[in-house]
Write a protein that binds this ligand. Structure first.
Ligand code: MN
Ligand code: MN
Length: 470
C-alpha cells in the first residue's frame, strides 16, 4: 500500500479507538480512582430510594441545599429537589440567562429486581416464603440459587416509615429462590428458557423454624402456620410491624453483597444495578462539582424507567416541566424559551458487545467495552419504534463538545435490527421540546443480578458530562 493511500485512509476513514490506546497511564489510573467512589455509591444504592438518599448525601457534601417549589433562586445557587424520596433533581444556577437553556443530564436509579406482593408471607410444608411480583425486565432463571437481600420501606397506618435492610451486613442472613436439582429437571429442561421459570414460582425462601415455647411446643400433626408466625414475630420484634403493615410497604429482594473488581487487571466492575447507576453517578458528580457555571446545569435521578417511566416519580411525570417552570418564574425567564434552548443527555447504559453472543450484535454499530462512553442516536425496536431519534444537528453539537474536550466516545445501537430493542427516558424529555440524545456506558449481562462494566468507560462518561456542563 502506498503512503498516499495510507494517508488518505487516515484522513477519510473513521476509526474507533480503545480508551487504553487514547489515554495515558495516569489517565487510566484516574479512571480506576474514580471507580472507587462509584463502588461506594452503588453498594449503598440498591433501590431508587437508597440511590436518592446517597445522591443527596453527596450533594450536601458539595454544598447543595434543599429546594422547594416556589423558592427564590439566584445564579450560583446549588440546589436539589427531593421528589418523594424516589426521584431527585439537582441543579446549579448558571451566570447566563436561563433562556440560554439548561444543560440537563438524566439517568434512572431503579433497576430490575423482585418486589414483594402486598400479601407476601406464607408457609408451605415447613418453609416460610415471600410471594413476589418481579419488577422490570428480568430473565427469571438468573435469580434462582443466588443470595438475596431484602430492602425497602414499611409505612405504618400512622404514617411512621420503617426502613428495612437485611442481608447486606457480614453477619446478616440472606434469602434465596430455589431451583430444581438436575436429577429431576427433565421436564423443566425441555421448556424454553423464557417459560422454564414462572413469575408465580419466584417465591423467596425466608425461614423454616417454627415458633414454639416450652409450654407450647411444635406439633407436626398440626403445624398451624408456626413458621409464618415466627417470621412475623421477627418482623414485629425488630421493626414493630404486623402483617397488615406489609400492605403499605415497598419491599424488594435484590442480589446480596457488594460490587467487585473483575479480572486480574481489575479493569472491570461486577455489580447489581449498573443499569443505570453507572450513569447516575457520573452525572451526579459532574453537577455536584460545579461552581458557578455559565449555563444552568441539572441532573436527574428518575424512578420507574424499568417499568415504563410512568407515575409521579417517573420521567413521564410533570415534575421536570414544573421545576423548569418554577425556575423560569423565579429568574424572570420564559419557560417555553428555556425548554426550547435546553439540551439533554439521557444517560442510560448501552448493550456492550459480548463476543460470547456475537450473533445478536452487528459489530460495526455495537458498543465495545473499553472504547469509551456511547452516544446513541436512536433506540427503539422494529423500525425504530418508540424512539427519540436525536436530530443530526443534536448529534453534531454533542460530538463537537466531546471532541473538543478529548472525551473517548463511540456511537452504537443496541444490537442487530429486529433482534429486539429497548428504550430510555430520552423521548419523555424530548417531548418537552428539549433536544435530547442518549449517552451511556456499555454493560455486559444487562439486567442480570451481576452486570459488568469497564472502569475506563465509566470515567469517560464522567468526563463527557463534565465537558457538557462547561
Ligand atoms: Mn437503563
Ligand atoms: Mn434497563
Amino acid at each position: 500500500m502506498s503512503d498516499t493511500i495510507k494517508e488518505m485512509k487516515k484522513q477519510l476513514f473513521y476509526k474507533k479507538k480503545s480508551a487504553y490506546e487514547a489515554k495515558t497511564e495516569a489517565e487510566i489510573e484516574a479512571a480506576y480512582d474514580f471507580a472507587k467512589g462509584y463502588a461506594k455509591f452503588i453498594d449503598s444504592s440498591k433501590t431508587e430510594r437508597e440511590a436518592v438518599a446517597s445522591g443527596i448525601g453527596i450533594l450536601r457534601e458539595h454544598g447543595f441545599s434543599e429546594y422547594r417549589l416556589g423558592d427564590i433562586v439566584k445564579p450560583g445557587d446549588k440546589l436539589y429537589y427531593n421528589n418523594r424520596g424516589k426521584s431527585l433533581l439537582a441543579f446549579v444556577i448558571g451566570k447566563e440567562p436561563l433562556e440560554h437553556g439548561i444543560r440537563i443530564s438524566a439517568a434512572h436509579v431503579d433497576s430490575p429486581r423482585i418486589d414483594m406482593k402486598q400479601h407476601t408471607v406464607y408457609e408451605n410444608t415447613g418453609f416460610g416464603y415471600l410471594k413476589t411480583h418481579y419488577y422490570g425486565g428480568i430473565r427469571k432463571y438468573q435469580w434462582a440459587t443466588i443470595p438475596l437481600a431484602l430492602h425497602g420501606v414499611v409505612v405504618k397506618a400512622d404514617g411512621e416509615r420503617v426502613n428495612v435492610t437485611i442481608g447486606e451486613d457480614e453477619g446478616d442472613p440472606v434469602f434465596c429462590i430455589t431451583d430444581l436439582l438436575p436429577h429431576l429437571s427433565k421436564d423443566q429442561s425441555q421448556r424454553p428458557l423464557e417459560s422454564a421459570f414462572t413469575g408465580e414460582g419466584l417465591n423467596v425462601l425466608i425461614g423454616s423454624r417454627p415458633y414454639a415455647t416450652e409450654d407450647d411446643p411444635y406439633d407436626t400433626s398440626s403445624p398451624d402456620d408456626r413458621v409464618k408466625l415466627a417470621i412475623l414475630k421477627y418482623f414485629n420484634d425488630k421493626y414493630g410491624i404486623t402483617e397488615s403493615d406489609l400492605i403499605s410497604a415497598e419491599l424488594t429482594v435484590v442480589p446480596a453483597g457488594k460490587s467487585r473488581d473483575i479480572g486480574l487487571d481489575r479493569a472491570m466492575i461486577g455489580a447489581y444495578g449498573h443499569d443505570d447507576r453507572v450513569c447516575a453517578y457520573p452525572i451526579l458528580m459532574a453537577v455536584a462539582e460545579l461552581e458557578a457555571p455559565e449555563k444552568t446545569a441539572m441532573c436527574i435521578f428518575a424512578d420507574k424507567e424499568e417499568t415504563g417511566s410512568n407515575g409521579n416519580t417517573g420521567m413521564q411525570s410533570r415534575v421536570l416541566a414544573d421545576i423548569i417552570s418554577e425556575l423560569s418564574r423565579a429568574l424572570g425567564a420564559d419557560e417555553h424559551i428555556v425548554r426550547a434552548n435546553s439540551l439533554c443527555l439521557s444517560a442510560d447504559v448501552a448493550a456492550g458487545y459480548d463476543p460470547n453472543y456475537a450473533d445478536v450484535y452487528e459489530i460495526k454499530n455495537s458498543a465495545l467495552c473499553g472504547c469509551g462512553v456511547v452516544l446513541t442516536k436512536f433506540t427503539g425496536s422494529r423500525g425504530k419504534g418508540n424512539t427519540n431519534d436525536a436530530s443530526a444537528e443534536t448529534v453534531g453539537v454533542v460530538r463537537g463538545i466531546f471532541d473538543k474536550a478529548g472525551v473517548v466516545w463511540q456511537t452504537a445501537e443496541l444490537g442487530k435490527v429486529d433482534q429486539g430493542g429497548g428504550g430510555t427516558v430520552a423521548m419523555y424529555i424530548a417531548n418537552h421540546n428539549i433536544d435530547t440524545i442518549d449517552l451511556g456506558v456499555p454493560v455486559l449481562s444487562m439486567h442480570a443480578p451481576f452486570e459488568i462494566i469497564s472502569k475506563v468507560d465509566l470515567y469517560e462518561a464522567y468526563r463527557a458530562h463534565v465537558a457538557f456542563n462547561k
